[in-house]
Design a protein around this ligand. Structure first.
Ligand code: BGC
Length: 753
């Protein structure tokens, strides 16, 4: 025990020396994901001179203050997590934080959402207490995960997983832009979003916060989200800084429980988990948050190879790295790699954390000051961190204006145009997984039977991060959480009043109670047996068409229940407009177009992703059918089929790394209504030196087809994008046969160098 702790201690110091100066590429960096020039210190900020001028007279106290991030509770009236209502800032605590300690950042709400006016008062008061320049404005950060969810006037959009069902980067960008708009109106310039973790473990409680299981989808939608938040100039009054989170390997805990160990070999990290972050860095994200968990035995907050070797040296990230919640303390209390807070602080800062989300006291600040005075943390490391923090503050325009902009700059708050976007996004969330006998849309004049959960509760449709962290406390927002499904369907259809009439359509809603992080841990992915039994009973006594509606944080195993239903509809928490979107869909106002951005498992121990290996397809009789999910990645239909009439591969022999795979897909919307269709192009290697996946998504596009329209869609896929991480951790493509798959079309082609 003692040995391992001191070994780790040593590791921190030695590695830092190596990574910072002597060896440009160590360990991680031996593998190679298109390395960029080693950035070195200081990063070349366009604000370089102003930053240096500010930093020159800064004391050590001021520097460690900048690196400290406090929770709003720590500067508010009342005890932490038990603030007095209504919320008020505590002037003595504020004075201590801002004038004495000179903290660089504050985060979060004090337990629940506030209206715009209160947010703006908070931000203004914070800056007033700080006083004018040369004081350095606080950088306020918030979790605006699906709209400005902690602002009462902020519309609740679909959760990221529900947005991902659209496979539409432009839609995601527009939702992010709307989120940034209202967040900045509240005076907050920094958003802890997007989650770029790839959801490879369906049990994990935060699957709903991701863009699903495929790295390409997460990469494209994540990058679009960053663009929506930051635009071309994050200092703009409608923009916020984005945060790439949670770096790296957070989303595949071995047990499925949040913040428990992940064991991910380097190849898989590079192939699946790294690309969205790499793209996020290239998209210019200003900040990044660290994974709270441990990866291959090392807590990421203490891992210099990940936070400096990989992130800084190899990927060239120059922005600000913030810890996750209380995670320096957890190096002591939970991970047990540090003996005390001081030790933990040294480890985290030397590993590469620039700012600690402490968040409720000054232990980090005191420890870091002491470490800097003793020389255990070099002042040059503090300078590097502070430089990055100031770069973000300059990039957001805070150094020129820290107070909220005038409300007259935000005429779109609660406007029709934002509500239309919310409606569009909610409609695009719905995935129709089955429609036997074309029971949907419902016949006019249908009299509906409603059963199940969340009929009267608007919150299940919004999910967590909705006015409160877990999103289950209705006290803080009755007005904007959205109407209940019972009310909405009651306005649209007649609701059957007696149970004796069993001929009308039966709509059964199974909703998962919102939860995230540890409170969302599950020991069993199955839908509770009582719920299954109750639903089976309803089905037995009902002779009319049966429609199952699923609203969930993650795919909950149905144990065959779905087969009793004629239609199955799913949306992973479509937001406050989700119930109206459902009613409109049932009535046939529009045809659904969402596709599943993950594999919906049928059995508790068959949790495979769509891009599994060939061995995972082998069944006990050695046939090739062992992969039988309840619903497949990419599944989802409209009321009328879009026919794939022809798929043509232009060349069957491609040569050289600059070659392009060209495909033409001929679509036909057979319906009388317009229909959106997402075309997915999968490619698989026939043979490769690293066992190939069955197939991988290599391109996708969402197109809108008019009634009866025929259209040809062209794909140009650089063969470079078909590479995989080979034996030497380098991206390679190997000579030989590959297969392009579009729907049921299978098109072999050959590549030679
Ligand atoms: C979560 C982060 C979040 C942070 C601040 C943590 O518990 O893991 O995703 O940004 O809290 O609220």
């Amino acid at each position: 025990m003692l040995f391992s702790i001191s070994a780790i201690r040593l590791r921190g110091v030695v590695l830092y020396t190596l990574l910072m100066g002597v060896l440009p590429m160590v360990g991680w960096a031996q593998g190679n994901v298109q390395p960029r020039p080693v950035p070195g210190y200081p990063l070349a900020s366009p604000y370089d001179q102003r930053i240096r001028a500010l930093m020159a007279p800064m004391s050590l106290e001021q520097k460690v203050g900048q690196m400290t991030q406090l929770n709003l509770d720590a500067v508010s009236v009342g005890a932490v997590y038990q603030l007095q209502e209504p919320h008020r800032l505590d002037s003595a605590k504020l004075h201590e934080a801002l004038r004495v300690r000179q903290v660089g950042s504050i985060l979060n709400c004090g337990g629940h959402a506030y209206d715009l006016q209160h947010w703006r008062e908070i931000i203004s008061e914070v800056h007033a207490v700080q006083g004018p320049a040369p004081s350095i404005p606080v950088l306020y950060g918030i979790d605006a995960i699906h709209g400005a969810n902690y602002v009462l006037e902020g519309l609740l959009f679909p959760q990221p997983l529900a947005q991902a069902a659209s496979f539409d980067a432009e839609l995601v960008r527009r939702v992010a832009e709307a989120t940034a708009y209202t967040t900045r109106a509240s005076g907050v310039p920094w958003n802890f979003s997007p989650v770029l973790d790839v959801a490879r473990q369906p049990l994990w409680s935060r699957v709903f916060e991701t863009y699903g299981e495929d790295p390409l989808v997460v990469t494209r939608l994540g990058s679009a989200c960053i663009q929506g938040y930051q635009g071309s100039n994050p200092a703009g009054m409608h923009r916020v800084a984005a945060t790439l989170k949670h770096f790296l390997g957070y989303s595949m805990p071995w047990t499925g429980k949040d913040r428990t160990p992940a064991y991910i070999p380097e190849r898989l990290l590079r192939e699946i988990f790294l690309p969205p972050f790499k793209a996020g860095i290239e998209a210019g994200a200003l900040t990044l948050m660290v994974n709270s968990g441990e990866l291959n035995g090392i807590p990421v907050h203490a891992d210099a190879q990940i936070l400096t070797g990989l992130l800084r040296k190899e990927l060239g990230f120059q922005g600000l790295v913030v810890s996750d919640w209380e995670d320096i303390l957890k190096l002591v209390t939970v991970h047990r790699v540090a003996e005390d807070y001081r030790d933990a602080t040294r480890m985290a800062v030397m590993a590469g954390v620039d700012m600690a989300m402490v968040p409720n006291d000054y232990r980090f600040t005191d420890a870091l000051l002491d470490l800097a005075r003793s020389g255990e943390v070099p002042v040059s490391r503090l300078d590097e961190a502070v430089y990055r923090i100031l770069h973000v503050k300059f990039s957001l325009g805070l150094m020129d204006r820290a107070e909220p902009y005038s409300m007259s700059e935000y005429p779109l708050i609660l406007s029709d145009s934002l509500r239309l976007l919310q409606r569009e996004a909610a409609r695009r969330s719905w995935v129709l997984l089955r429609n036997r006998g074309a029971v949907l849309p419902l016949k006019a004049g249908s009299s509906l039977h409603l059963q199940g959960q969340a009929l009267d509760d608007p919150y299940a449709w919004n999910g967590s991060w909705s006015r409160t962290w877990q999103g289950v406390d209705t006290l803080w927002d009755r007005k904007n959480a959205g109407p209940s499904l019972r009310d909405v369907l009651g306005n649209r259809f007649s609701l059957a009043s007696t149970s004796s009439d069993t001929k009308g359509p039966l709509v059964v809603v199974l909703a998962e109670k919102p939860s995230t992080e540890k409170p969302g841990d599950l020991g069993d992915l199955s839908i509770p047996s009582e719920d299954i039994e109750t639903a089976r009973r309803w089905c037995r006594t009902h002779s009319g068409p049966k429609i199952l509606v699923l609203v969930q944080n993650r795919p909950r195993i149905l144990n065959g229940l779905d087969t009793l239903f004629d239609a199955v509809l799913l949306a992973n928490q479509p937001g406050a407009a989700g119930v109206q979107a459902l009613a409109d869909l049932l009535a046939g106002d529009y045809s659904p177009s969402g596709k599943l951005p993950y594999t919906y498992p049928a059995q508790p121990h068959s949790l495979l992703t769509y891009d599994h290996k060939w061995t995972e397809r082998l069944d006990p009789s050695f046939g090739m059918e062992a992969f039988r999910p309840a619903f497949a990645f990419g599944e989802g239909q409209g009321f009328w089929p879009v026919r794939y009439e022809k798929v043509r591969l232009i060349d069957t022999l491609l040569r050289g790394m600059d070659a392009v795979l060209r495909l033409e897909v001929s679509l036909h919307n057979t319906g009388p209504q317009s229909q959106r269709e997402t075309v997915l192009v999968m490619v698989g290697d026939s043979v490769a030196s690293v066992t190939p996946s069955f197939r991988r998504l290599r391109d996708f596009r969402s197109v809108e087809l008019g009634p009866g329209e025929r259209r040809q869609v062209q794909f140009l896929i650089p063969v470079r994008d078909l590479r995989f991480v080979g034996k030497d951790m380098e991206y390679v493509l190997e000579k030989g046969w590959l297969n392009a798959t579009v729907q049921s079309f299978n098109l072999p082609f050959r590549w030679e160098p």
